[in-house]
Write a protein that binds this ligand. Structure first.
Ligand code: FES
Length: 475
């Protein structure tokens, strides 16, 4: 149930039980091992099973319960101000390819749901990126033009159904709202029915690539595979060429039923106020669940309690009736950003043939996760790859204009190595911060999360905190 104080499981986690899958206890061999049971991992595994590969998916916790179980569940091609940025940095062709990759992912979800028979509460809805500050209307106008050039049927508008005036917005019709966990659990069931294997509570602690790939699990099992896909949000064995280009961010989410008549039908995002994102989901005959996300921050470095208050206050002040009657839900979501705002999907580094990665979705993990599944399956099987393959290649060069951002991010990371006191992260030694809203130790460097007793909640760390390094009197 939702917690009265602090944060709890997402709305998606309620009423969607999943059958437990056994932990891996014995050594085994497979064509492909996929690490991570979120949207990118499940989509990759599903595509590969359909292509006839013997696939084993290893999930450290439970599938569809991590980042993908705590998303806002928007499937859209409108990703902030990405099209103007891409057109200006990589050109119009790159922007068009990005748009096509996203649109194809959306329609792929529709096709899968129809084919497999998954009721993922799919709803077509318009997506908006808006600003209320007149001074930023030019950015919106530029984004609308770039999105249109990229092949999307985007429009510049100044009216929306939001209960406050906006200065400007980009509108894109025909996007999708869905229940991410229902979709992923349906996909997992189909994956197993087609011969794929899922092991939960199986944390991979080591990965070596020689003539084949060799993985070791926390429980001591060894797995050999021809190919390995790391779809773990932040990669488990991130290569140094990627390490400096990834940063983590955490956002808060509040949700409560509102009268259907007061519920916006579209999905909204603004970069203002540390971001605000709004969508609704089916709830009951008279209500829809209003889901508001925002207050982005670096984990372990902030006061999420104050941020939660701000976000809840904004939702209450903006949408009449929000939170007046229980239940209400509060949760947090974490994502990984790349330096050039494009995901990394493909070979993990220049020297690998068989280790692939999917990361850096920058808050747009639903469409990009589906895109990654299709692309990685093509990499592994050798099937023809789409013309947007290189756009997402992790081995790509970083544009010069992104270097200052990377340097700033790395200086910030370095501060966490240098300053400080125990406890330190078991991944690479960064100083952890305690999040009293969630009761967890959080790493600002690469996003590992630990329970108050030191056990690992989220990687890339694979080892628990040393008990003697935890403060004796508690955090
Ligand atoms: Fe890398 Fe903590 S997650 S140092």
């Amino acid at each position: 149930m939702p917690t009265e104080a602090g944060l709890g499981p997402s709305y998606w986690m309620h009423g969607t039980p999943s059958p437990g899958r056994p932990a891996l206890t014995d050594d085994l061999t497979a064509d492909v091992v996929v690490i991570g049971g979120g949207i990118a991992g499940l989509c990759t595994a599903h595509e590969l099973v359909r292509a006839g590969r013997e696939v084993v998916l290893l999930e450290a916790g439970r599938i569809a319960s991590g980042v993908s179980g705590h998303t806002t569940g928007k499937l859209t091609s409108l990703h902030g101000l990405i099209y103007a940025r891409l057109r200006d940095t990589l050109g119009a062709t790159a922007a068009a390819r990005y748009a096509r990759a996203q649109q194809e992912a959306l329609e792929h979800v529709v096709g899968l749901c129809a084919e497999i028979g998954i009721d993922a509460e799919l709803e077509r809805a318009p997506a908006y990126i808006y600003v209320t500050d007149e001074g930023r209307a030019g950015e919106i106008r530029a984004e609308a033009a770039a999105a249109l050039d990229a092949g999307l049927d985007a429009a510049y508008v100044t009216e929306t159904e939001l209960p406050f005036p906006v200065a400007a917005a980009v509108r894109l019709d025909g996007q999708l709202l869905f229940h991410p966990r229902k979709f992923l659990l349906g996909l997992a069931e189909d994956l197993v029915a087609r011969g794929g294997t899922i092991h939960e509570e199986t944390r991979v602690t080591d990965l070596q690539e020689h003539t084949d790939c060799r993985l070791t699990t926390e429980g001591g099992a060894t797995v050999h595979a021809q190919d390995v896909v790391m779809a773990t949000n932040f990669p488990l064995t991130v290569h140094t060429s990627l390490l400096a280009r990834l940063t983590v961010r955490r956002e808060l989410v509040v949700a409560a039923p509102v009268a259907t008549t007061a519920a916006p039908q579209g999905m909204y995002l603004t970069p203002e106020d540390s971001t605000r994102s709004v969508r609704t989901a089916p709830y009951d005959e008279d209500h829809r669940l209003l889901i508001v996300t925002g207050e982005a921050f670096v984990p372990g470095t902030d006061h999420p309690g104050e941020r939660l208050e701000r976000l809840t206050g904004w939702a209450r002040g903006t949408f009449p009736g929000f939170g007046d009657t229980p239940p209400s839900y509060r949760w947090a979501a974490q994502d990984v950003r790349s330096a050039d705002h494009l995901p990394y999907v493909g070979h993990e580094h220049p020297d690998t043939q068989h280790v692939f990665v999917a990361t850096g979705f920058g808050g747009w993990g639903m469409s990009n996760g589906v895109m990654a599944g299709r692309l990685l399956a093509a990499h592994v099987t050798g099937a023809p790859r789409p013309d947007w393959t290189e756009l997402f290649d992790p081995r790509r060069h970083l544009p010069l204009r992104e270097y200052p951002d990377v340097t700033r991010a790395q200086l910030s990371v370095a501060r966490h190595y240098l300053v400080g006191r125990p406890p330190r992260c078991t991944h690479m030694g960064c100083e952890l911060g305690f999040d009293d809203l969630e009761g967890t130790w959080e790493c600002p460097c690469h996003g590992s999360r630990f329970a108050a007793d030191g056990s690992v909640l989220q990687g890339p760390a694979t080892r628990p905190l040393e008990r003697e390094h935890l403060p004796e009197s508690g955090p």
